[in-house]
Design a protein around this ligand. Sequence first.
Ligand code: MN
Ligand code: MN
Length: 307
Amino acid sequence: MFLRIDKLQTELPAPKRQDPNAAAALQELLGGKYGEMSTLGNYMFQSFNFRSKEKLRPFYSLVAAITAEELGHVELVSNGVAMLNAGPDVPANEKGNDDISDAPFKGMQDIRLAASFLANGGGALPMNSNGASWNMDFVTTTGNVVIDLLHNFHLECGARIHKLRVYETMTEATGREVCGYLLVRGSVHAHAYALALKQITGVEIEKMLPTPNIDLDRIPECQKYLAEGSHRRLYRFSPEDYKEVAGIWGNGEQALPGDPPGELELVDGHPEGGRIHNLMGQTAAFSPEYAPEEMFEIASKLYKKSR
Ligand code: MN
Ligand code: MN
């Protein structure tokens, strides 16, 4: 089962301007072939389907713990997409009684993923940067531990090239932060699957890293995560379980040669995380709408009752 914490794995800087085309590019990291829906779907179903869990505990626990992190990555990218679609906070937009007769959203006719606004009110969905749906063909669960782990290594390296290319399209700080954080975490996952494969087969797959071949020290948005040692940490994402991962990630194993040096560390629980940006309503787009002031008042009374 899963627990839920009302935070993002890292805090995203507020957008300085509305940029729906940047949001569309970021959608690739959510519902693209190598996006977060794909890593989540792969590890989640592999962990559900895992055979000989008790005998292969460290390998099962690795896939299971990373599953939880990937669900948080889906949440992080989705928030980034919605933030870029929404732009800076405009409290006046939440008040209602808008004049919609002058085409307030005429600019939306020219953006790449018009349906993000027209159908979804600027929210994120499991689709790629061109609006093609994510689907289960992106999930591989073979029942064979080595083939699944090898697929996961490929998937994390593919996700890394995905993120690097999306990053190269971005000038917007919100989207760049998403890429910077996920590049560091993706390198941890690629490294972890490589070490798991080495334990089973003896093949030193980690020597292929980083793939593609660019060190994270070339990316400004990665620096604070490298400085705090995120590249050396794998999280259990559980109060008590998945401790067996320490046999693979830990055990005196070291950070990759291009990264700041140090020993790999299995961390209890989850990253501290950051605030979820409060997306404001926009009554001209009928979101959240109905009777805004009345709904806010009702919610505020309910909140007081809950305290
Ligand atoms: Mn991920
Ligand atoms: Mn990953």
